[in-house]
Design a protein around this ligand. Structure first.
Ligand SMILES: Nc1ncnc2c1ncn2[C@@H]1O[C@H](COP(=O)(O)OP(=O)(O)OP(=O)(O)O)[C@@H](O)[C@H]1O
Length: 303
């Protein structure tokens, strides 16, 4: 198996002596993966990513990137990482290309690379348009273009969807998938919304209050989610539906009847029972755990 691109070992961090912000985080990112780093606001995502990028000092535990200790190979390691952790300063009165040319010298990138990254992020045809006329999504893609200048092997994006409208989120998602698929980049993307990243990630790490609750492939997470999932049912007579589904240990959920969801065959069986008893079926809908519910389930499965 490939060596992981990022491997932290019992990574802990204190902003102040009294408060442990991160507690023994073992984060592992496989080469070629898109790793969704999920957690609610304040759970420690930015702190973890800042440590991985060498922006914060003196954690407990260790960080290995590309198989090397960050501590002793800082410059060599960081050269191969592109990141977007705080919005970079974009010059509003300059075009996308002019902005990239300002940063080009910093990264020692060629003029050809500027054209290349403009094209990759889909800003190749913005010509003379200055950044002040860009949408937020375009600004975000330009920020990613800056991170791509050094042609990194690993791209770390901290909450890049923040503030974007649905169209901007879709464009960003397509860009991330393309960078991974066509340019072989390993990507770490943090978010507080599972729904926002689950259409693109291959792996997921979930952090809550500085502790890693879950780490695995997206399908591992989906099987976990299914375990706690419920089926919502709404019919022309929910009282009767409740009685008919007694064997499934139904619960009342607002205007619906809710039962534990197992598989799609169960949906077919239930619909048949209900229609055979002349009930009109308005809704039979598997309700996947959202991130909030998942946190509750993951937390309770650990206690
Ligand atoms: N510079 C700092 N000094 C002291 N405490 C901090 C500092 N930065 C973050 N914290 C605290 O550390 C905890 C983790 O914050 P962090 O920013 O890593 O979380 P996050 O998951 O990235 O959340 P968000 O999505 O809101 O940025 C929070 O309780 C936060 O208040």
């Amino acid at each position: 198996m490939n060596n992981p691109v990022i491997k932290t070992n019992a990574l802990s961090y204190y902003y102040s002596a009294q408060e442990k912000t991160l507690s023994e985080i073992n984060l592992q990112v496989e080469r070629g993966s898109i790793y969704g780093f999920l957690g609610p606001n304040g759970s420690g995502k930015t702190t973890t990513l800042s440590l991985i990028l060498g922006l914060l000092d003196s954690p407990d535990g260790s960080i290995e990137i590309f198989g090397q200790h960050l501590h002793s190979n800082r410059i060599g390691v960081l050269k191969k990482i592109g990141s977007l952790i705080e919005s970079p300063s974009l010059y509003a009165h300059l075009t996308a290309k002019e902005n990239l040319n300002v940063y080009r010298a910093v990264y020692g990138a060629s003029k050809a690379r500027v054209e290349e990254v403009l094209h990759i992020v889909g800003l190749g045809d913005t010509g003379k348009k200055t950044v002040k006329k860009f949408s937020l999504g375009m600004k975000q893609r330009l920020s990613i273009a800056l991170a791509l200048l050094p042609d990194p092997e690993l791209l770390i994006l901290d909450e890049p969807s923040n503030g974007l409208d649905p169209a901007g989120i879709i464009e960003l998602r397509e860009l991330i998938k393309r960078l991974n698929r066509e340019h072989g980049m390993t990507i770490v993307i943090s978010s507080h919304l599972l729904g926002e990243v689950e259409k693109m990630v291959s792996h997921v790490g979930i952090i809550l209050k500085g502790k890693m609750l879950f780490q695995g492939t997206l399908s591992d997470l989906q099987s976990f989610q299914r375990k706690g999932a419920r089926l919502l049912i709404n019919t022309s007579d929910n009282e009767k539906a409740f009685e008919l589904l007694r064997d499934h240990q139904p619960e009342k959920a607002e205007e619906n009847v809710s039962i534990a969801f197992h598989d799609l065959q169960q949906v077919a069986n239930i619909t048949r029972i209900l229609t055979q008893h002349a009930l009109d079926v308005y809704l039979v809908c598997p309700q996947k755990n959202d991130l909030e519910q998942l946190f509750i389930d993951l937390t309770s499965s650990q206690s």
